[in-house]
Design a binder for this molecule. Sequence first.
Ligand code: TYD
Ligand code: MG
Length: 468
Amino acid sequence: MAKDKNLFVCQSCGAAYPKWQGRCDACGEWNTLTEETPVQRGPGPAAKAGGGRRVEFVGLKGHSAPPPRIPTGIAELDRVLGGGLVAASAILVGGDPGIGKSTILLQAAARVASAGRRVLYVSGEEAVEQVRLRAARLGLTDSPMALAAATSLRDIIASLEQESDAALVVIDSIQTVWLDALDSAPGTVAQVRACAAELIRLAKARGFAIVLVGHVTKEGTLAGPRVLEHMVDATLYFEGDRGHQFRILRAVKNRFGATDEIGVFEMTGTGLVEVANPSALFLAERRGNVSGSAVFAGIEGTRPVLVEVQALLSPSSGGSPRRQVVGWDSGRLSMLMAVLESRCGLSLGQNDVYLNIAGGLRIAEPAADLAVAAALVSAATDRPTDPDRVYFGEVGLSGEVRQVAQAEARLREAAKLGFGRATLPRRVARGGKAPSAPDGIALTETGHMADLVAVFAEQTVKPRRAGA
Ligand code: TYD
Ligand code: MG
């Protein structure tokens, strides 16, 4: 019988090739291919040969109860999960090393255990002593949760099989777990995939929730296993930068709840603390009366969040100008700048442009266009935006300002935080009902970006154009 041929598997996306090559054709990454022995998978040719059992097809109607949930006791985490951990489900928690994954999971695990459920925490990265020290620092040592340091999948599975009433199992991290039957090193796609599949299978069979911690590479993908995202029921990412104290937990996939829901935490000396009012936190360091700053009234999941958008223009020192974006899409910035130049006659051309979403939040909503535009125009004209005003609205290629969802929720949040004015798209009556606005907030409806630019135009100080 022919020996199984080894495959070369991309550690970034999981694509497999018969021969080594420098670049993965599937995801375009360089030097990500490593040699692996293929894993036996699927039912194989036997399934084709008959002998299967007839599956039963049913109608769409019928009663199914919502899945039982285990609240973690951390409201922000429960919100992101869609109301707590679902029994017999698998959750992947991803994020950069040092962002706080182990901290939040230890806090959650301890609370679930304190509520009377059996919780097992398997640490593959830190020794028992290290985890105990952290628990002491977090004041969790009274919690009855069970802790072990292990990395061998065989040992972990054998131990879990002895547990009859486990409610939650945390594996920190999946990249350290390995199966000796596989030749590949721990952390490779083959290992991570095989170990995760085995753990998830056991979780489904035994009815406990399993949380897998996964590190993210600097490119922003889970090291090796994008494949993991398909295997789990929910994927949560921990965002934020280690220089800031804010941490944002975001659901990017959730079979049992809404995605794009965020939980906001603050890293303190005693662990991660929930932030109930993120807008106040994101705006806390805002300084009035500086140009290039505008407040965006955004929506994250079901929750309105106000953030400060900061723009800085500086004359480019030759060559092609820099465009540096933190927390937003750089393609979208280029588009906005093109619209400002060709539709509104603002010249930004030879300047380096820096854009930053303050506080470490990453914004994906097109509704931020108007706030970004306001920050850019303010920076270009060196005139501060009205400090009492929030902005939201999507901008189209002809410079038109388009409607965005949930205008009222955005306005309510702005009013709640003491803002008195808002610049927003023209609103239309829906279903014969005129759009309403919260008391105390004056609305400036804007149909075109040129109107926004005109507000700043009076004292226009055109930025110096290098080489012009
Ligand atoms: P950790 O949870 O170990 O990160 P991860 O598991 O994602 O790699 O977080 C470690 C960081 O958090 C570390 O830089 C120290 C900081 N930290 C605090 O600031 N306060 C605390 O109470 C704890 C436990 C950690
Ligand atoms: Mg950790």
